[in-house]
Design a protein around this ligand. Structure first.
Ligand SMILES: *Cc1c(COP(=O)(O)O)cnc(C)c1O
Length: 404
């Protein structure tokens, strides 16, 4: 048959991209040419990096690097199968035990990413007759997990406990399971979830309590044990999720909880059952990272010292760093709220030209009119780097009329 010329069936995607270009929120990926570090090279340009989640500088820690290399030499580069078939290596089990001990939990299961941990867990523990009561600003992976579960989704206003209680009370006489879920630290605003009040509600309404500590692991609590430790609500959170991709410096996600919860996820969580496990190098890297958390608490102290300095200086310059029309950050995530999406992306591009990487974040990742540059502190930024970044922010901010 002659191939007839046909119209491109994907042309509607090109139209949507053109829309983004017209709105000014289209972006190209910035490509990192060396290590993920406070000062590094993106697209051939040396910049101060204010955009990574590498809170403790572990992406380049010599002990983690060595652990990965040694595991590769000993065990090869891949696990060869999903966990339930032939892809459970001893090093995977060691990592799960290490995390469970660290988190003071009975057991732990590791997933390929934090996204897979959330989506896989929520969709496995709930079904169509159940309910999920979820903070409005919870992470996309929780939302996707909720949708996959086919449970009824009740969204409460951000950190509004009266609203959460109203939602729980409204379904109190329904038969299904109830899952109350919150981020430990909210990823776009940097504020902390109200865990003690959430635990009270979960207990009052017999709901399962789940916390996603992606941005709290390695940051909050003793040695970075997360918000459960920060608030001392040990034993009151049934499902604790964490990531290995942010402060831990590698890749992966995990769930901690009771032995039976973990056994159940081994049997029913779809990313666990249907997607290959980590290469041994990743598991080894993460084991080494938890050792660093235990042995080098000064990294976390330095992270918080830099965070205090950074927030203070940004506020002195006159930037809106949240707390007025958006939640106030309490963590190393510090948004510079600009408002308009197009202006935000222009600001980000101008900063880059001047040697600062600050990623613009616009709708739909944050609400319309709340576009921002999200800055992230790490333990490894030097005072000199921060001061240079502040100078650039001030200069570009003034030139663009963002600062008066
Ligand atoms: C980053 C993030 C995740 C996803 O973690 P990955 O390991 O990067 O997949 C999940 N939840 C929250 C709140 C996050 O910020």
């Amino acid at each position: 048959m002659a191939t007839a010329t046909r119209t491109n069936p994907l042309s509607y995607l090109t139209e949507q991209l053109n829309d983004l270009k017209a709105k000014g929120t289209y972006f190209r990926l910035r490509v990192l040419e060396d290590e993920q570090a406070p000062e590094c090279t993106f697209d051939g340009k040396r910049v101060i990096n204010l955009a990574s989640n590498n809170y403790l500088g572990l992406t380049t820690h010599p002990k983690l690097r060595e652990a990965a290399l040694e595991a590769t030499r000993k065990y090869g580069v891949g696990s060869g199968a999903v966990r339930t078939i032939a892809g459970t290596m001893k090093i995977h089990m060691e990592l799960e035990q290490k995390i469970a001990r660290f988190k003071n939990a009975e057991a732990c299961v590791v997933f390929q990413s934090g996204f897979a941990a959330n989506a896989g867990t929520v969709s496995a523990v709930l079904g169509k007759d159940d309910f999920i009561i979820s903070d409005q600003l919870n992470h996309a992976s929780i939302i996707d997990g909720a949708r996959l579960s086919r449970a009824k989704i009740l969204v409460f206003e951000h950190k509004n406990m009266a609203d959460a209680e109203a939602k729980l009370a409204g379904i109190a006489d329904q038969a299904g399971q109830k899952l109350l879920i919150s981020d430990g630290v909210f990823s776009m605003d940097g504020d902390i979830g109200p865990l003690p009040a959430l635990c009270d509600l979960a207990e009052k309404y017999s709901a399962i309590m789940m916390v996603d500590d992606a941005h709290a692991s390695g940051v909050l609590g003793r040695n970075g044990r997360g918000t459960i430790d920060h608030f001392n609500v040990h034993g009151r959170v049934d499902i604790q999720v964490g990531t290995l991709s942010k402060a831990i410096g590698a890749l992966g996600g995990y769930v901690c909880g009771s032995r039976d919860l973990i056994e159940f996820l081994y049997h029913r969580a779809r990313p666990f059952l249907f997607s290959t496990s980590h290469p041994p190098s990743v598991a080894a890297t993460c084991i080494a990272a938890f050792e660093v958390l235990e042995n080098e608490p000064e990294r976390i102290e330095k992270l918080w010292e830099n965070t205090r300095f950074w927030k203070n200086e940004l506020a002195l310059l006159g930037f809106d760093i949240g707390g007025k029309s958006t939640p106030a950050s309490e963590t190393p995530i510090t948004p510079i709220i600009i408002g308009d999406g197009k202006l935000t992306m222009e600001f980000s591009r101008e900063l880059f030209k001047e040697g600062v990487l600050g990623t613009g974040i616009t709708f739909p990742t944050v609400p319309e009119g709340k576009a921002r540059i999200r800055t992230m502190m790490t333990a490894t930024h030097t005072r000199d780097e921060l001061e240079r970044a502040l100078e650039v922010l001030q200069k570009v901010g003034r030139n663009m009329g963002i600062l008066s």
